[in-house]
Design a protein. Sequence first.
Length: 120
Amino acid sequence: MTPIRLTWLAVPVLNTLFQIFTKLGAAQLGNTGGMTWLENALTSHWILAAIAVEIICFFIWMTVLAELDLSRAFPLSGISYVLVIATGWFAFGEPIVGFQIIGSGLILTGVWLIAGARQA
């Protein structure tokens, strides 16, 4: 089994940052619409930060895919779901319900099982 590398964990962390920045950008833009919305989006520091994070994540993801089989790499992105739920609660005061906790545990268990699966 290949030992886990920090670059592999960067992908779900950067995906989570992307979601945070996008949410903050969306809140900043509101419901303006049309060309005004597009102009505001293209000058929003939150939206620009989201785009920058997504570009960085893309290049890290390419590195991860060069090191791992797709079937072992992709489940790492599932960690993002758990991080987004935790961040929504911590940063935005969003409620967490029991099913989200159970689902998060199942996701983390599934990622762990897939990452530890031996190739035949």
